[in-house]
Design a protein around this ligand. Structure first.
Ligand code: ZN
Length: 201
């Protein structure tokens, strides 16, 4: 090796060493000893950027509703009101229909703000055994997410977005036998969190 080559190799080694030890570019001060930059990390680089926590983005991690239901809907005058929200939830997971009612009405309110295409909710009344099939067949049917003329559906509201309301009514005789029956949302992916029991008593 010639002295020129040695000098070059030394410079490369110094540059590599400087690069490896400091995240800051050392281009302006190539002659500075590596120890000068070693301990100095600029505070604004070391500080991680503030991250906004997605408070309501994901589904709430709660245990799935029991078959019997733990949040009964308030029933009065053969009707109940169920609220739904932007967190993919109903505010009740059980509706008990009084046996004295001949028809029963469920009012659905969407108290969130998200549009129907992103966070649509409905209420579908059907046999528990038909629930998954109804939701699967309605998956690609927009905007209602119910197959046209699906005779497994006993009653359903419209699919609504934030601020919307819709109601359904059905003949109570239709759910007296042959159950169990459930109410649920047929928007794709919502069934797991949005369903509840429906019984006559
Ligand atoms: Zn829904």
């Amino acid at each position: 090796m010639t002295p020129r080559h040695l000098l070059l190799a030394g410079a490369i080694a110094l540059a590599l060493s400087a690069c490896g030890k400091s995240p800051a570019p050392a281009a302006e001060t190539p002659a500075a000893p590596p120890t000068a930059a070693e301990q100095t990390v600029p505070a604004d680089i070391a500080t991680p950027p503030a991250v906004e926590a997605p408070a309501e983005a994901g589904p709430v991690e709660t245990a799935p509703a029991a078959a019997t239901g733990s949040k009964p809907a308030v029933v009065a005058n053969c009707a109940a009101t169920i609220e739904s929200n932007d967190a993919m939830q109903y505010d009740a997971d059980s509706i008990t229909v009084p046996a004295s009612c001949s028809t029963f009405t469920i009012h659905l309110k969407h108290v969130g703000q998200m549009p129907v295409a992103a966070m649509g909710h409905n209420i579908v009344v059907a046999k528990e055994a038909d629930m998954r099939g109804i939701a699967a067949d309605g998956m690609t049917v927009t905007p209602e997410h119910l197959k046209a003329g699906d005779d497994r559906v006993i009653a359903h509201t419209a699919m609504i977005g934030g601020g919307g309301t819709s109601s359904l009514s059905f003949d109570v005789a239709l759910i007296k036998d042959g159950g169990p029956y459930r109410f649920f949302c047929s928007f794709p992916g919502h069934l797991a969190l949005m369903q509840g029991s429906l019984q006559v008593q």
